[in-house]
Design a protein around this ligand. Structure first.
Ligand code: ROI
Length: 160
């Protein structure tokens, strides 16, 4: 199965945190990192009294089921010292399961496609870079079309 993971960080050297998480994805049993995007910087969505975020999107081939994959992602978050704080607050690392093939998944622990994809430039832009504008988000439409409708918060590519 081809899956897309969103990576985000705004604490403790975000660039290093994203690189560390990418290394974790590369080493994950049952998953193969096939591609990843540039890093993007954007102001926080949610409470404004927190640092800017760095975001990226990774593409992975996996044989893991969605909840198994979620467990692995949470393991990587835990290894990097993620602690749960205020809602929509700052974080060392966030790994979001954005898409799982073309499947729709609705479970108390996990919704796929990830809710909010369509409004988040910091997800759509790196996703388009990795997958191209024709990638279909089940129930929502193509990435390229969603991007055109997404209102432009400031976002800058920080690194190839
Ligand atoms: N804002 C930005 N810019 N990037 C994120 O990854 C991000 N993640 C979040 C919230 C707190 C919603 N805001 C964000 O979880």
């Amino acid at each position: 199965m081809l899956v897309y993971i969103g990576l985000g960080s705004n604490l403790q050297e975000p660039i290093e945190q994203i690189e560390c998480a990418l290394a974790g994805l590369e080493q994950m049993d049952g998953g193969w990192l096939s591609n990843f995007s540039s890093l993007y910087r954007s102001p926080p969505m949610g409470p404004q009294n927190q640092p800017d975020y760095l975001n990226a999107v990774a593409e992975i081939e996996t044989t893991l089921a969605p909840l198994e994959l979620l467990d692995r992602l949470q393991q990587i978050e835990g290894q990097q010292g993620r602690v749960r704080g205020r809602r929509w607050g700052e974080r060392i690392i966030d790994l979001d399961l954005l898409l799982y093939g073309d499947e729709i998944f609705d479970h108390p622990r996990l919704q796929i496609p990830h809710p909010g994809i369509a409004e988040r430039l910091f997800v759509l832009l790196p996703m388009e870079e990795v997958a191209g504008p024709d990638l279909e988000i089940p129930g929502l439409g193509r990435v390229g079309e969603l991007l055109k409708k997404c209102k432009g918060d400031e976002i800058t590519k920080v690194r190839q």
